[in-house]
Ligand binder design. Sequence first.
Ligand SMILES: Nc1ncnc2c1ncn2[C@@H]1O[C@H](COP(=O)(O)OP(=O)(O)OP(=O)(O)O)[C@@H](O)[C@H]1O
Length: 532
Amino acid sequence: MESERAKVAELEANHRALSMELANAKSQELNKRRELVNASDEIDKLKMKHSREMMDLEMDLKQRSREIRELNEELRLARGDLERERDTVSSLKANVSQQSTAHISLTAQISALQAERSALQAQLDAGTSTISQRNLDLESALRQINELEEEVREGESIRRKLHNLVQELKGNIRVFCRVRPILPSDASPPTPDEPADAGADIAFPDKRDRKEIVMSSASSNAMGQERKEVYNFGFDRVFEPHSSQSDVFEEISHLAQSCIDGYNVCIFAYGQTGSGKSFTMEGGSTEATCGMIPRAVNQVFKVAQDLRSKGWEYKMEGQFLEIYNETINDLLGKGEFDKKKHEIKHDKSGTRVTDVNVVSLQSPSEVRSILKVANSRRTVAATLMNERSSRSHSVFTLRISGLNMHTGEQCEGSLNLVDLAGSERLNSSGAASDKERLKETQNINRSLSALGDVIAALGEKSEKNEKHIPYRNSKLTYLLQNSLSGNSKTLMILNLSPLAAHLNESLTSLRFATKVNNTTIGTAKKQLRSSN
Ligand SMILES: Nc1ncnc2c1ncn2[C@@H]1O[C@H](COP(=O)(O)OP(=O)(O)OP(=O)(O)O)[C@@H](O)[C@H]1O
């Protein structure tokens, strides 16, 4: 038993030791469990930390890969830029090499130019010295020119005197005769009683001086015998039908010179209606057919222009009048014809007509346009019954005043170009039955015979030296008083029809013109005024 007891006591002691060991083991296990819980908390924490860090790393990775892509893109662009820059650089290099070639050639040019400049400078220096020499020469040449100009002025005044002397020797009244050609419009259809007019028998025997005209007419007497009458006339110049306007003007152009020199010049066209007066004075519109008025005016302007170099300055004024039934009308005016009263006044400064337009003229074209105005006024005023331009006198007056800037000499001249009314006698104008026409014809005849009387009286005056001149017998002669006196130059152009039907009229005209031609008017005087 005791052994049993001892064994139980031993077992109990073992039991207690084992319980103690168990308690220890349990407390150790608790500790271990606690440690395990702590460790798994720690592990959880670490896991979370790890997953956060993983997320951060992933984001970081994404960011980095985005940055890498961007950088790659930038790199690609930069490469493109670099490529272009390389191209630019290579083209710039090519440019630079070109520029440097150009530079080299420019440098070569500059040196050539510099060499040239030095050569030119040398020439310039030489030229400058030549110029100073030339200036000296010029001064002496200018002195010579002044002396020569003075001589030319003296020569000009001698020329004027000689020109006038030649005119005096020729006579201050001159008469030209012009026969117009037969026109297609002259040929009226022949009838059994009246054969076609083949033209009058007119001859021009003086082929050298062209001063003669011979008209012949054949008639049969009561016995049936043929009688031929021959009429000889001599004038200063006779123009045959084929003569041109310039042939006629050549003979009268010196008169334009005279009026510039300070003389009063009067040119009349005389003749029956249709004989060519207007054609001679005004003419056609072409250069070849234009008449004496435009030609004389052109000449006056030309001479005035030429004389500018000799110190002369000229002023020109024009007026254009019509005398119809002894009434003056202003062809450059605006009023109705035959209404306004115009008076003729003579004083020291010359002849003026009251209330008429006097136009200052700067050029020949202005004269042409005033001629047009005048013609259209006359055309408007004409009626069917009354061809006004044939039944009235027209007087174009160009007044010229000149001043010589060097010598102070002044002169005043005038050029009167007169287209007279038709000179036909009463019976041939068919006027006897028409009162108005009769009055017209009587007025025309009166004024034309007054013109003849004035010219005749001037001729007698120069023979006897004292004689009354009947200027006042007609408006025409009174208007032209200052241009129809001893100290003026007068030209009458007798216009003749070539037709046989007009033979008697032509003979009457030829006799009138012969009377005028046999008159010598005294010496023309130029109208000079001293400078003060
Ligand atoms: N030398 C000429 N050459 C060519 N045609 C001319 C010539 N002379 C005159 N004529 C013509 O003759 C016609 C009559 O001439 P113009 O009208 O000049 O005569 P007129 O004497 O002035 O007549 P009116 O008294 O009616 O004015 C016109 O047709 C004109 O063109």
